[in-house]
Design a protein around this ligand. Structure first.
Ligand SMILES: NC(=O)c1ccc[n+]([C@@H]2O[C@H](COP(=O)([O-])OP(=O)(O)OC[C@H]3O[C@@H](n4cnc5c(N)ncnc54)[C@H](O)[C@@H]3O)[C@@H](O)[C@H]2O)c1
Length: 333
């Protein structure tokens, strides 16, 4: 059994949604956790729980840009395990409005941190990919068969974000094949939960809809697109289960996909959020806005076999927890 006690672990992007929840779990396991984040979307407050910091901000927090190789070298020194979660990730508007800069930033950052980890003799490296990397045409209709990991190829993701994350997976696989470092690669579907970004500029669909519902009627409750587009949402605690498990038993086993085998329509998610607010909200659909891929789900049999992973949290329970977290942080809620 893997021993987490005093394990030196770096979490890049550790002030973000998935990272902060992972830091909290690793703390509970006794690991010695360091965070590197430039706070582009993450927040220090995500690393403070009930008034107590999860890490010592003076010695275990690096606020710096990981696009710089020297910064990467600095933060990986002395670490045994690196979880690389930092990347530019945001809502559909940001992703499609900044395709070139987002691609370049992610590809350079992913390459730099991996090369730095190898140079510093880090033992274990965990990288996370995205379901946005699956080919656009395979997710262009309702009810496609659940994806298997190999369905990502031949590659033709819809966005540069999907391409950049796929390149990161590929580079990790090359490093592992050359026996330079042990690598674990998870590919997540749509993650939601506490520590999410809620701003209009950078939020993803669930926190954006929760913000609009909390602010209603001062902010209209507008759903982007028809609402018929569907996503396989996975709660952040379930994702953290997989991140812990991949180090314990999933290294050097190729890409492992994490997500449920059923999807939810955005219209249904919006209706659940509205119901949770107990407000009388008029839901509007703006079909002039982008809605992205039509539908996708995960065949999670590889995750079950290797990680003993399964999706534990149903969407209503996950939304209830997320709503409560967001409400506590929206001044007008
Ligand atoms: N949220 C999802 O639905 C989802 C789905 C699939 C994969 N992922 C991947 O999971 C990882 C974490 O995502 P998240 O949802 O927690 O997003 P997030 O934005 O909350 O976390 C990413 C963190 O990286 C930091 N960051 C960005 N650019 C940086 C830079 N140049 N230097 C240092 N830090 C930088 C951000 O400030 C942020 O805290 C990302 O790699 C993302 O691609 C997320």
């Amino acid at each position: 059994m893997f021993q987490w006690q005093d394990e030196k672990v770096l979490v890049t992007g550790g002030a973000g949604q998935i990272g902060a929840n992972l830091v909290r779990r690793l703390n509970g396991l006794g690991a010695d956790v360091t965070v590197a984040d430039n706070l582009w979307r993450g927040k220090r407050s995500n690393l403070i729980v009930d008034g107590s910091p999860l890490i010592d901000f003076d010695t275990r927090f690096h606020e710096l840009d990981l696009i710089d190789y020297q910064n990467c070298l600095r933060v990986v020194q002395g670490q045994s395990t690196v979880y690389h979660l930092a990347d530019v990730v945001a809502g559909i508007n940001y992703v499609f409005g900044n395709q070139l800069s987002l691609f370049a930033t992610n590809v350079v950052m992913n390459s730099n941190i991996l090369r730095a980890a190898i140079a510093a003799g880090v033992k274990r490296y965990v990288y996370v990919g995205t379901a946005c990397s699956y080919p656009a045409e395979k997710q262009s209709q309702l009810n496609p068969p659940p994806f298997k990991e190999e369905d990502a190829y031949p590659a033709s993701p819809e966005s540069s974000y999907g391409w950049s994350k796929l390149m990161g997976e590929y580079e990790c696989q090359l490093a592992q094949r050359e026996n330079l470092i042990d690598v674990g690669v998870l590919r997540f579907h749509n993650v939601y939960g506490p520590c999410c970004e809620m701003s209009p500029e950078k939020s993803q669909v669930i926190p954006a809809l929760i913000r609009k519902a909390c602010n209603y009627p001062n902010e209209p409750f507008v759903v982007w697109g028809s609402g018929r587009q569907r996503r396989a949402f996975v709660f952040v605690e379930d994702v953290v289960d997989a991140l812990v498990s991949v180090v314990e038993r999933g290294m050097n086993q190729g890409v492992i996909q994490i997500g449920p085998d059923r999807s939810e329509s955005i219209a249904d998610v919006a209706a659940t959020i509205v119901a949770l607010t107990k407000k009388n909200i008029v839901i509007e659909f703006d079909t002039s806005k982008p809605e992205g891929d039509t539908d996708r789900t995960a065949d999670w049999s590889k995750a079950k076999r290797i990680l003993d992973w399964s999706p534990r949290t149903d969407i209503r329970s996950g939304l209830t927890i997320t709503m409560q977290w967001c409400r506590d942080r929206i001044p007008t809620a």
